[in-house]
Design a binder for this molecule. Sequence first.
Ligand SMILES: Nc1nc2c(ncn2[C@@H]2O[C@H](COP(=O)(O)OP(=O)(O)OP(=O)(O)O)[C@@H](O)[C@H]2O)c(=O)[nH]1
Ligand SMILES: [Zn+2]
Length: 187
Amino acid sequence: MNIKISDVANLPSRFGNFKVKAFKEGQKEHLVIYAKELDEIPVVRVHSECLTGDAIGSLKCDCRDQLEYALSLIGEKGGMVIYLRQEGRNIGLLNKINAYALQDKGLDTVEANHQLGFAADERTYDIVTYILHHFGIKKIKLLTNNPDKINSICDVEIVERLPIIMKSNKYNEDYLDVKRDAMGHLL
Ligand SMILES: Nc1nc2c(ncn2[C@@H]2O[C@H](COP(=O)(O)OP(=O)(O)OP(=O)(O)O)[C@@H](O)[C@H]2O)c(=O)[nH]1
Ligand SMILES: [Zn+2]
């Protein structure tokens, strides 16, 4: 892996005073946000980019609520958010919007991905191991409902899984049902 790593910078935010470090993997620039004192077994949230949710406040998913929950938690109690630039479960923004257009016609999230020629989830997590090793972290408490994330993060011991379940709304109910029923999320 050819990874470029930035210096550490301070990032005061509405969720707390953090440190940030960027990791450039090919064209993808990931951001690691962490509280100043990291525990030996820190709480870690691996968040996948969702421009429509994270920045625009889309109600079609639970991404922004999860991101804000995770940042508030690490702001209060310490830990790390690894913000991965894997937009749309790594099919990219343009394809995700095409998937949304198919969802407007009645397909669910998984069916829409398949119709576009993608797997339901195209993400990989090798960079997570790289980042955690970079910080000397060997054990984590992982904030997730996604068993695929638990199984895909290698060479780091996940001593505990912490759920991250957000209140649903009328626009994301079906999306959350599909995550549970078709993708095996622990919801
Ligand atoms: N292709 C596609 N991606 C989506 C859709 N809705 C949200 N996403 C992307 O899904 C990613 C978030 O992944 P999720 O599967 O919702 O949740 P997760 O982060 O894997 O699981 P948790 O750790 O439990 O939150 C982000 O990259 C979103 O952009 C959709 O309808 N289609
Ligand atoms: Zn989202």
